[in-house]
Design a protein around this ligand. Structure first.
Ligand code: ADP
Ligand code: MG
Length: 699
């Protein structure tokens, strides 16, 4: 065990109890952990506030002054100790509610102290509870510290007496001890090329910066190191995965595929679609298992890509399944594929929760004896009694709706895992994708089918509803169809449902039968009824579709050209973008109208403005990432990304790109890390266990 791995328990001032707390609260167990436990901000120690000029809020301040008197006051709720503290400008109270015996014995009256803590304003009087204090003479003696590091902490630590001061002292002791804790972690050629300061200096400066410039050099150095090692691990993992997991070899590209391509394809593929199909084909023809994420904005034409993958599987005498998150969507995929395959004699079936027992039996039989090559469905496909003869490809649409457990079921159906293609229309920001999915192959459809007109998005306040209705009437007159979508959020389900019904009634009054027909679809309806209503709308028998977010994903009705989103302020950005993607699929100019109340939070405003400004899913997801942070996007808490110690994948985007480039280059030139220059990397990599797994994200 190297010294770095020594438990902090053995450090001066720690001991078993504090060690336990530090481990539980901050996950700090070793000296190395402590050295890499970085401050999240700094207080400028050269600045002192004057008591009569203190900010009128509960901020943290540093003051220089002396204690003139100490008294213990008896209160209803217990005792407290109050010290009268003054500087050249005024007076204030320092207050202790506990642990003051020791403090009282040690405090020196009428000597200059530097105190630091959070102000507490009450009825115009200011005090400072439990300040951190140091005699000015000692303060001046300690390392020349320009900044006072403030570390992340927890309520429990503070209550247990592990204050900022305590942590600061621990780190300071370590740094003053020196030793070989800080051996370099990046090769010299990297430090030279990127002009990075060495590890030793960086660690000292990050905890106790001697200047603003040194601090930022330290930050850059440590962030770059962290990001580089993450990227190195991701790339290595990816290479290992490619080497290890065997997959079915689909070498045959024969008549079925060519026939479809030459005679049944209803349109020219975009060059992005062609490129992505080629990538998939190469994967499936490599003998290794495909694990590919297909990203493409709403309407970019992922379905046809899926069909090509399916055809390749069939050509090689394997079965394929295509799984969607909702019945409506599965039905829709089924319809699209059925139509695309109508001139072929390839059989396909639909399996959902509402498939009747009799039909289920037939489907199961076909799957087991291999006469049914394609199964489209919902999670019903994952059920125990559904057994494929030779499943070669699983396509999962809209990945964020599926749980890990379901995928595991799919896998266990086969000894050799099927090729997996996960399709998502929720573009994952490039930044996030780069750091999360280094171990997954990504295909991107970055081009829309020709002739698409960008959706014209507008923001209207609720009190403009009549004008909006007028607009709807005009559009219906032109033969267009309209979606009106209401939020339905679990926590407020009842109220939301009422809103939906009220909205439906109000629309029914303004758009009366028989001139107008309105469909309604919501989660409380039976699957059959939903499908019936969807069908009426799809066939143009109704002009307005009132719905909750069930139509969010995938629905394709080109004649619908207006999307009204009610209470748009309550939707997240990616949801809004998905919803808007339901229109703009035909030849008409489409519109999306975001209805909101008059009072919007700052965040809602940004969301609405972003939607009005851009149709680009990637731009939108970048804004989303900035608003919500990576943890809330796709539930990335499970992945390593939030355990980053210092870098921030959003803010440090540029560094991330540089780190990725470097990592790629290193492993390309020296895949096994054999060069003497890279021994440092090899050694450090073997000590790291960065967890990244796309399947953790699928939930
Ligand atoms: P998504 O990526 O959102 O799943 P779809 O696969 O549903 O998109 O395709 C959206 C629409 O675009 C469909 O109506 C489809 O027929 C059409 N489409 C797809 N690819 C092309 C293309 N290359 N040229 C013209 N239309 C296309
Ligand atoms: Mg789709």
């Amino acid at each position: 065990m190297s010294e770095k791995q020594t438990s902090i328990e053995y450090l001066k001032g720690v001991g078993p109890e504090r060690a336990r707390l530090l481990k539980e609260e901050l996950k700090i167990t070793t000296i190395d952990d402590l050295l890499h436990f970085f401050p999240n901000r700094y207080i400028d120690r050269s600045q002192f506030h004057l008591i009569n000029e203190l900010p009128k809020n509960n901020s943290e301040v540093q003051i220089k002054g002396k204690i003139t008197q100490i008294e213990i006051l008896q209160q209803k709720r217990g005792k407290r100790m109050v010290a009268h503290f003054e500087d050249t400008s005024g007076k204030m109270d320092l207050v202790w509610f506990r642990g003051y015996k020791w403090i009282r014995e040690n405090l020196k009256l009428n000597q200059s102290y530097i105190i630091f803590g959070r102000l507490n304003w009450f009825k115009g009087y200011v005090s400072m509870p439990h300040p951190e204090m140091e005699l000015e003479v000692n303060f001046n003696k300690s390392i020349k510290k320009l900044f006072y590091p403030i570390y992340p902490s927890t309520e429990k630590l503070i209550r247990s007496g592990i204050s900022q001061r305590v942590i600061q002292k621990l780190v300071l002791n370590l740094i003053e001890m020196g030793g070989n804790f800080f051996s370099e972690t990046l090769p010299k050629y990297v430090l030279d090329y990127y002009k990075l300061i060495d590890k030793n200096v960086a660690l000292k400066e990050i905890h106790f910066p001697t200047s603003q410039k040194k601090l930022s050099q330290a930050q850059i150095r440590l962030k770059f190191e962290e990001l580089t090692y993450i990227q190195l691990q991701l790339i290595q993992k990816n290479q290992q995965r490619k080497r290890k997991i065997k997959g079915f070899l689909f070498s045959e590209i024969g008549s079925t595929l060519k026939n479809f391509y030459n005679h049944q394809l209803p349109y020219q593929l975009t060059s992005a679609q062609k490129r992505v199909i080629r990538e998939i084909r190469e994967d499936m023809g490599s003998g290794r298992q495909m694990n590919r994420l297909l990203q493409g904005d709403v309407g970019s034409g992922k379905t046809i890509v899926a069909l090509f993958a399916i055809l390749i599987a069939i050509e090689n005498n394997f079965q394929a399944c295509f799984v969607a998150p909702t019945e409506i969507l599965a039905q829709q995929h089924f319809n699209s594929l059925q139509e695309l395959l109508s001139d072929s004699n390839i059989k396909l079936n639909l399996l959902t929760g509402s498939t009747k027992a009799k039909e289920r039996k037939i489907i199961n039989l076909g799957l087991e004896n291999g006469t049914l090559p394609i199964l489209i469905g919902t999670h019903a496909v994952f059920e125990e009694n559904v057994r494929f003869k030779n499943l070669g490809l699983a396509i999962i649409d809209e990945q964020h709706r599926f749980g890990v457990a379901q995928r595991a079921k799919l896998w266990s159906k086969n000894t050799t895992p099927p090729h997996i293609l996960v399709m998502t229309a929720t573009p994952i920001p490039r930044t996030l994708a780069m750091s999360l999915y280094g171990d997954l192959d990504i295909s991107l459809i970055d081009e829309m089918p020709p002739g698409r007109k960008p959706v014209n998005t507008m923001h209207k306040y609720d009190n403009n509803r009549l004008k909006v209705f007028q607009f709807i009437k005009e559009k219906i007159k032109e033969g267009q169809q309209i979606y009106v979508v209401y939020p339905l959020i679990e926590e407020s389900e009842k109220l939301d449902f009422k809103d939906l019904m009220d909205g439906y009634e109000s629309l029914s009054r303004s758009f009366p039968i028989p001139k107008y027909q309105i469909s309604i679809v919501h989660g409380k309806m039976k699957a059959d009824d939903k499908a019936y209503e969807m069908k009426r709308f799809a066939e143009g028998k109704t002009q307005i579709m009132v719905a909750t977010t069930v139509i969010e994903v995938g629905v394709n009705i080109p004649n619908a050209s207006v999307m009204i989103i009610e209470s748009a302020e309550r939707f997240g950005l990616s949801q809004l973008h998905q919803l808007r993607g339901r229109v703009g699929r035909g030849n008409e100019q489409s519109f999306c109208i975001l209805m909101t109340g008059s009072k919007l939070s700052d965040e809602s405003k940004i969301r609405v403005q972003t939607m009005v400004k851009t149709n680009n899913g990637f731009e939108i997801s970048e804004v989303d990432l900035k608003l919500r942070g990576p943890g809330n996007i796709l539930g990335t808490q499970q992945s390593g990304i939030l355990r980053l110690k210092i870098a921030d994948i959003v803010k440090d985007n540029k560094l991330l790109k540089m780190a990725r480039e470097l990592a790629k280059k290193i492993l390309k030139n020296d895949p096994k890390l054999e060069n003497s220059d890279n021994q440092i990397i090899k050694k450090n990599l073997s000590n790291l266990q960065y967890e990244s797994n796309i399947w953790n994200l699928i939930s």
